[in-house]
Ligand binder design. Sequence first.
Ligand code: TTP
Ligand code: MG
Length: 358
Amino acid sequence: MSLPLRKIIHIDMDAFFAAVEQRDNPKYQNKPIIVGGLPNSRGVVATCSYEARKYGIHSAMPSSRAFQLCPQALFIKPRLAVYKEVSAIIRQIFYQYTANIEPISLDEAYLDVSDSALCQGSATRIAQTIKQQILSETGLVASAGVSYNKFFAKIASDMDKPDGFYLITPEQGVAFVAQLPIGKFHGVGKVTERKMHALGIQNGADLEQFSLPVLQQHFGKAALFYYQIAQGIDDRPLRVYRESKSIGTETTYAKDLKEGREIYQQLTELLDKALLKVQAKKLYARTLTIKIKYHDFQQITRSLSFTKPIKKQMLNVSVFRQLLSKEGIGQSKIRLLGVTLSTLEKQSNYYQQMDMFD
Ligand code: TTP
Ligand code: MG
């Protein structure tokens, strides 16, 4: 029995960080610009404008090399906070069309609109409407791919960049993958590509000649994916990300607390516990809220937001003083303390990479 066909959209912003910089700085428009490490540093290119790509510059290239290729290029330090704001706006746009969203990075997401009645249920029209809405709400251009599975939707969004739209229908799937060079298969890295070439596999058509057991000998667990994709089949569901609003922990003390040092120590322990929960969900938090319930059941909460992910070391004595300076700590007995972390976001590779620019 075959499953009903799905309608998957993949949206990916064009030259994302660079496009934001060009939007916000007229002097960068129509110029080769590079966002990332500066040329005299050991940093790398995060991304570059399409004008810079003509010189052969691309993501992850050492900035010093990019400078050699295009000395007149403008090098710009990333403004991650701004990119995240834009990312939140496009995310909210997606949610207006479906809750079935798998965000992949700040600028990229899959949407499953199989059950959507919007735009007469046409995934093509939903994708085009989303592109228009992104442009009008952010001033930025996105590319969209539409297909019946994730594999083809992702490839489709890349087919017609920038300002792209591309559709791969179920009827076209097998023929499409047949001519696709193996190195362009999403998920096939350099090592696998070499192994495939060694087996005489240049494209999907070559891949389709191989039986599953033979592929398993060479590629282990990944074989099933290759075997199926050569037939245009990719049943991977979206890993839908449901936003959890906050994560916290609190303790009621058997004996009321009064001393500042003791309260600080307890808050640090609560923060540790909350951070572990956040970490376990592969998230990070930027807002810290402290709750205090006094022995007379009066309760206060105090919040502080950070531009960077909250880490253990950040709740030092000075942050603690800043948060609770007016609360007369030490004068009134405390029966409960709580720590809540919010403004949660998914940890992503990009974020870790961006840390290198700091
Ligand atoms: P991509 O979507 O891969 O690239 P892009 O949006 O800049 O360009 P394209 O038009 O080809 O989609 O990545 C999105 C952003 O993520 C990118 O603007 C910068 C960041 N990024 C890095 O920081 N390091 C990297 O190695 C890559 C690939 C991206
Ligand atoms: Mg992109």
